[in-house]
Design a protein around this ligand. Sequence first.
Ligand SMILES: [Zn+2]
Length: 262
Amino acid sequence: VTAARPSREVIDVGKVGMRLHVLGCSGSYPGPREPCSGYLLEATGKRIWLDAGGGTLAGLLSYCSLSDLDAIWISHLHPDHCTDLPLAINALVLGTKRSEPLPVLGPTGWATHMDAFLAQPGATATAFEVIELRDRQRMTLGNLVLEAAATVHGIETYGLRASAAGLTMAYSADSGPCPALAYLSEGSDLFLCEAGAKNPSPDAIHLTPEQAGNLAASSGARRLVLTHLLPDVDPLEARMRAARSFNGDVEVAVKEGVLELP
Ligand SMILES: [Zn+2]
């Protein structure tokens, strides 16, 4: 993963099939200058903010405005994946105006959760079109196909399989080992997979690097990008641990990194 200087000038979504900007990838809590989970996915002229972890709205705004987004995807309601969403509501109400509400896809009850956070009943629906995800739901956004699969994480959570122009990017969201991860990553060109567990945990709600590597190998993914590492984990060691079971490219996500397909 190479880090590029954030600039609106570098955006030309027509030139590559699919592009993923890492806005932040620190697992479970921020590190020094390291935001939590959030990505900007660009494909076939569409832009999706994928998870709104703490610190990622500021990063997103260095690439595009909230008016330029076509959707937001919130995988689950743990704070490291959604706490910048209330700030986006503020930004839409007080700043950038959109002609249409911004579609936001998230787990059951996510809008009520945001209203409670803002202490403002109904605030979420003034800024966003509220869409609740379901397991194995398939949606289209122009030529971009989005598929949700419920993962195992101790809370309702949805991973994403995004396909366009013959390319597929899979995102594990947060998850322990489960069949949904194989469904999401099957034959994918890029598998963005969490590796938030240092060791297999008894509650099995995160993956170790070895488990991520095994998954990528068994699902036939072409490229594995580890993400959601805890701030005190050595990325090189995590990469080596995953590479023991996966022969394809293994990388570790970094803030401001850009992943392009093909
Ligand atoms: Zn989580």
